[in-house]
Write a protein that binds this ligand. Structure first.
Ligand code: ZN
Length: 349
């Protein structure tokens, strides 16, 4: 049976951010260390070399003048694109390889050479717009991967499930009118970057192909599980995607400094399990792409938990009982009702 592919590259560590920036190279070294200790590494095929994304493909998503702007800032020794988003001298190369890694992951699973893939990328991508980087993101890795699946492999039904605690405004905007890409996001309500309202459902031919599920702070494992079981999974069953890309951010982890949610690594394992099972049920392929996640332990244990699902092995992860004060069940039920009401306008779920 083909293996599970883990996309990594030493270049991802060379996208350097200023001191105290949460999106830092140590995020990836922490994950790689945890994987080594987990024993899961032997069940994974790690990429040896990842090529930069093809420029034509990148420019299907991003405007050439924006790509040139990133290049110019990198060449000039580095600088900020916005107050959060930094470009260092090697960030362009890292970002080109990150997008290339997302494409490689898709090509390997669609070509049958990997049964599933997870890409440990930096910089992240889901906030990046066609002509603007923001929110730590330079190029939109998930969007480039979706475009590769569509134009190079002729896929017509792609889903992007975005469980990062922030709304993926870039991904949503890039496919807002596009019925070939279903975008579904769970995110903290009234949080950065301020988009992702219930009313944002796509437009034109793409109406109904965007579903936003804003969640209250302190949503925990049970709340997320119910949202996935009763909304996200039925939607995937109805949409029958040939490829499911997960914008896998881990900043909804309870220890994350940017999230304010209460997911544990076990909770992330449940979300991965539900998504992987739904993908398999409809005959699709699964590719995870790292987005956020800024507590090193929260991030690394949660990625290990995700890879436990993909490799069908146990790393012996245990999460102590935390006794969290989670958002009340009645509040979650109301979110489920509202999300299903929106989705039912377009889908039989
Ligand atoms: Zn995030």
């Amino acid at each position: 049976m083909p293996e599970v592919l883990l996309v990594t590259s030493p270049l991802f560590l060379r996208h350097r951010t200023p001191p105290d920036h949460p999106e830092r190279p140590e995020r990836l070294t922490a994950v790689l260390d945890a994987l080594r200790q987990s024993g899961l590494e032997e069940a994974l095929r790690l990429t040896k070399e990842v090529a930069p994304v093809d420029r034509d493909l990148l420019e299907t998503v991003h405007r050439p003048h924006y790509v040139e702007e990133v290049a110019r800032v990198a060449r000039g020794g580095g600088g900020y694109l916005d107050p959060d988003t930094y470009v260092s001298p090697e960030s362009l190369d890292a970002a080109l390889v990150a997008a290339g890694g997302a494409v490689l992951a898709v090509e390997e699973v669609l070509g049958g050479r990997a049964q599933a893939a997870f890409a440990l990328l930096r910089p992240p991508g889901h906030h990046a717009l066609a002509a603007r980087g923001m929110g730590f993101c330079l190029f939109n890795n998930a969007a480039v991967a979706a475009v590769a699946a569509r134009y190079r492999h002729g896929l017509r039904r792609i889903a992007i499930v975005d469980w990062d605690v922030h709304h993926g405004n870039g991904t949503q905007a890039l496919f807002y009118n596009d019925p070939s890409v279903l975008y579904v996001s769970t995110h903290r309500e009234r949080w950065y970057p301020g988009t992702g309202h219930w009313e944002e459902v796509g437009a034109g031919e793409g109406e109904g192909f965007t579903l936003n599920i804003p969640l209250p702070p302190q949503t925990g494992d049970e709340g997320y599980r119910l949202i996935f079981e009763e909304v996200v999974v039925p939607l995937l069953d109805a949409a029958r995607p040939e490829l499911v890309l997960v914008s896998a951010g881990y900043d909804a982890h309870f220890a994350d400094p940017l999230g304010g949610m209460l997911l544990t690594a076990t909770g992330f394992r449940t979300l991965a399990q539900l998504t992987v099972e739904a993908t398999a049920r409809v005959g699709g392929r699964f590719v995870g792409l790292l987005e956020g996640g800024y507590d090193l332990t929260g991030l690394s244990t949660s990625v290990v938990a995700t890879l436990e699902v993909l490799t069908q092995r146990s790393a012996g992860l245990t999460v102590p009982h935390h006794g969290f004060q989670e958002v009340p069940y009645t509040v979650i039920r109301e979110r489920i009702r509202r999300a299903r009401t929106v989705a039912l306008n377009y889908w039989r779920i």
